[in-house]
Design a binder for this molecule. Sequence first.
Ligand code: URA
Length: 421
Amino acid sequence: MVPQWLIEKKRDGGVLSAAEIEEFIRLYADGTIPDYQMSAMAMAIFFRGMDEAETAALTDAMMRSGALLDWDDCPMPTADKHSTGGIGDKISLMLAPLVATQGVAVPMISGRGLGITGGTLDKLDSIPGYNSRLEIPDFKRIVSEVGCSIIGQTANLAPADGKLYALRDVTGTVPSIPLITASIMSKKLAEGAASLVFDVKFGRAAFMRDRANAEKLAASLVATGLRMGRRCDAILTPMDDPHGRTAGNALEVAEAVETLKGEGPADTRALTLDLAVRMVALAKGADGEDAKKSIRDALVKALDNGAALEKFAAMVEAQGGDRRFIDNPMLLPQAGATLDIKAPAAGTVAGVDAEKIGRVVLELGGGRRAAADTIDPAAGVSNLVQRGETLSKGDRLMTLHAATPALAESLAEEARMAVIM
Ligand code: URA
């Protein structure tokens, strides 16, 4: 195979065969094809796109660049969720144990946060003792015994994606639907869950700003998953405002626990339930409104009677964490300083700018600018007001959590500006 011939074919609008794509990716993954040729190919794909069969072939080739997990020994059907990421998106923390209460196993492999979007793994890492770096045999054992486990990306899961993503990041080729699809799906398919639900965000703090592009991405993810023999479903979620009332790692864990206690913000609970119904319905092959209604009723019960909370506690314990924080949130990392931000005037909250809140959390130390940065697990925002609430002058808009009073003070104005009144 002559790499430049395939690059030229895609550059000129041709359709690559599955065999051509497979060979190109295999030779890129083993270092035979250099970065400059892969960059050219990525740019050709960026401009010319890929049809459904090409996207599936690219996904398949990237998936096969590393280990493939299988769940044949797991006594339950398996399901997972992928979110394209947002501010305050702590849904996985509640979703995995909630779904597991219904006899559906959730093997979840999550990423760390980068930029303004937090990662599920950073949230879990704020739990004292929690080990998110399990070896695959331990991961599989906990999924089978407890029903859910959440761990970090392992180096041998779709390694071609790790290599290609780093290249796309520096060559202006990230926002391409086939490349995003193959990137997300290669990892999710390698993880092996039989059913997959996608939560594709759109809005000012989302990867996809507008709904039309989010719809295209959702359709592409589902089509690729179906082609590869998985059951798939997708929802689109607005990401203009943060989810819930917290953003920041340990603060989000505390809010997840509240939600698992049947409390917590209504939006967080509603989104968790919506995704959980879809995951359980897909995994059990339940069709029709009546079946979905009884799944929803069972899930609501599991949230309200403590069954989901108990599953979460069992997962934390199985992964070495100290479950006592569930009754005593003060055992989670605590910030050195807190600062209440007050409403400068009376009014109704027209929205909370999730992008601005994400930036404030990053500046407070709760996020990473570069992959190697360390984060402050206690940093972030809590007590956040929500759209539609009516406030008097001087009412609290949010509480900032920072390492020092000076750091909190330096972000007070930016935080205040995030609340649109
Ligand atoms: N998330 C991924 O894993 N890959 C992309 O290309 C974009 C978002």
